[in-house]
Design a protein around this ligand. Structure first.
Ligand code: FPP
Length: 215
């Protein structure tokens, strides 16, 4: 979800205002994705590296996470959406951890739809965390065990979309992205529209995926 800062700057508003409007798009975009047939989506709210930003900004985004969960808690239950925050949440306050935990527990048995928020997330962190979990359970490190211990629980993204104009993954799902289709949009996140998502999905559907195998 890149581009909140530039979007706000263009409107002579604060970066916080950009994040506020950006966060208000997250659930709407998720619903558009599910309308179009997607069942699982992860929104990259904060990378491990983003956590080095000004404390006011990271604190503000953690509060947006709280208000988004509170606002959509009942929608998640009603629509049977499994919710999970992926990333290193250890630095969050106990109240926020408790809210996340309550929401994850209330939705953990839903299997059809998944909505993940990546917060203080890094693909490198995810891999190291999976290795450490496997070791602590005396499991061998194989492709399958590691994939299962990742925060995404063996769910690999078919498509990764980055808004904001930069063409890089910035530490997002480094293991899971192995055969993801990649889309980089010049649109700033708060400007993303239903039509943009329809176009991305049309393009994705038209792409032949052979996962490295000649067919
Ligand atoms: C990148 O844009 C965006 C972020 C670092 C934060 C994304 C966060 C949200 C959309 C709000 C949080 C939402 C939830 C549900 C917790 P940038 O600030 O780097 O933009 P710039 O590249 O234009 O400066």
């Amino acid at each position: 979800m890149d581009g909140n800062g530039r979007w706000a700057h263009n409107k002579h508003e604060s970066r916080q205002y950009g994040h506020k409007i950006g966060s208000s798009k997250v659930y709407d975009v998720y619903k558009i994705c599910t309308d179009l047939g997607c069942k699982s989506a992860t929104f990259f709210a904060m990378s491990s590296e983003n956590m080095q930003r000004d404390n006011d900004e990271t604190e503000f985004i953690s509060q947006l996470l709280v208000s988004s969960i509170e606002k959509h808690f009942l929608d998640l239950l009603e629509n049977k959406i499994k919710f999970k925050v992926i990333g290193d949440t250890s630095s969050l306050s106990n109240d926020i951890k408790q809210l996340i935990n309550t929401t994850e527990q209330a939705t953990k048995n839903f299997t059809e739809f998944k909505m993940y928020i990546a917060y203080n997330y890094g693909g490198q962190w995810d891999i190291l965390n999976a290795v450490n979990l496997a070791l602590s359970n005396n499991d061998s490190i194989t492709h399958d065990t590691l994939s299962n211990y990742l925060s995404t629980e063996n769910d690999f993204p078919d498509l990764i979309v980055r808004t904001g104009g930069y063409k890089r993954l910035s530490n997002f799902m480094l293991w899971q992205a192995v055969y993801s289709e990649l889309e980089f949009l010049d649109i700033l996140w708060p400007d993303i529209s239903r039509r943009d998502i329809e176009l991305i999905f049309e393009q994705y559907t038209a792409t032949k995926r052979n996962f490295g195998i000649v067919k």
